[in-house]
Design a protein around this ligand. Sequence first.
Ligand code: PDD
Length: 284
Amino acid sequence: MSRIVYVNGAFVAEEAARISVFDRGFLFADAIYEVVGVVGGKLLDYDGHAARLRRSLDALSLASPLDDADLLALHREIVSRNRLDEGLIYLQISRGAADRDFAYPMKADPTLVLFTQAKAVLANPKVETGIAVVLVPDLRWARRDIKTVQLLYPSMAKMEAARHGADDAWMVEDGLVTEASSANAHIVDRAGTLITRPLSEAILHGITRLSILDIARGMGVAVEERAFSPEEAKDAAEAFITSATSFALPVTRIDGNPVGDGRPGPITRALRQAYIVAKLQTAI
Ligand code: PDD
């Protein structure tokens, strides 16, 4: 089924959408993106994603083609034009088209694209089974706090996971887990403490991570923001990932070994449930 996508000021059928071969997003991955979850046609955690979009733009000295009100209006319009009930909105801004040159062009008009993907984010079947992850070295660049479209290594990591019959990869650097290929990684130790890597340039500052940590603290779960090792993860009572599309999703196998009793843990389940309740209340 053809979607309506947004490209540089116009809503068009996806088959009709066009971008220049000189677009720097295509040639240099000189572009940033955001992913916002949608449930019941409403945007989840929108303010956090809009704020991070600004930070990514600033970090790359990219000019924003939109003010805050237009950005929100575009998100809403793409939902309504596609009658999207549940799924996600993908937004990408590149520096625009210019003759190929590593230096940023003096003048280029940013390219702005939005599209939707329908997806059952609430009734995800993996909630009941959990996902299996494999550990891979983190070979990405060192500014993972900027949400750029340089996603080749995460794609390779996902393929490595698939080769092992797993769902995803957790990346490891200097003997510590950084994050999942497209989500933040967390564990709950046997004492019930949620352990998660602190914010730095080594990981993406997940919007869902932030909300989940707030919710955990509100539920009386102890939260320790420190990096953890693969060994600690394998020995944990629970493990889970967070992202705009997975919310909080249990990880029940790491490198083929069961986490805890091999089933989704109670703290992960409670956090997912509380996250969904809270975010549906504040969805816009
Ligand atoms: N990925 N870490 C990485 C490397 C990510 O790509 C993502 C999100 C996250 C979680 O961030 P948030 O909670 O703000 O979604 C962490 C999106 C969903 C994607 O690329 O599809």
